[in-house]
Design a protein around this ligand. Structure first.
Ligand SMILES: [Zn+2]
Ligand SMILES: [Zn+2]
Length: 80
């Protein structure tokens, strides 16, 4: 009998639209469906970048900040 090994791998690698990111919860605005190709930290940010049903060219204008990998996050409190 083979022991079933169902170790959930938390880190899920995704790749699409020439981007790579980690995590299944990210919201990707896929260019295959007319999106901008952006990757957002969650669905709410994804909504935010389409204020009128179209993608903003630069989510940075909405106050989002991009990680090194090009994933858009909520602005961080930079109080230090
Ligand atoms: Zn895509
Ligand atoms: Zn988009």
């Amino acid at each position: 009998m083979t022991p079933r090994s169902l170790r959930r791998v938390q880190v899920l690698r995704m790749a699409c639209c020439d981007r790579e990111w980690v995590g299944a919860d990210r919201a990707h605005c896929c260019s295959r469906f007319g999106g901008c190709g952006g990757v957002f930290d969650d669905a709410e940010l994804w909504d935010t970048h389409r204020p009128r049903g179209t993608c903003v060219a630069d989510p940075g204008e909405l106050g989002m900040v991009a990680t090194r990998n090009g994933i858009w996050l909520r602005p961080l409190d930079e109080a230090s």
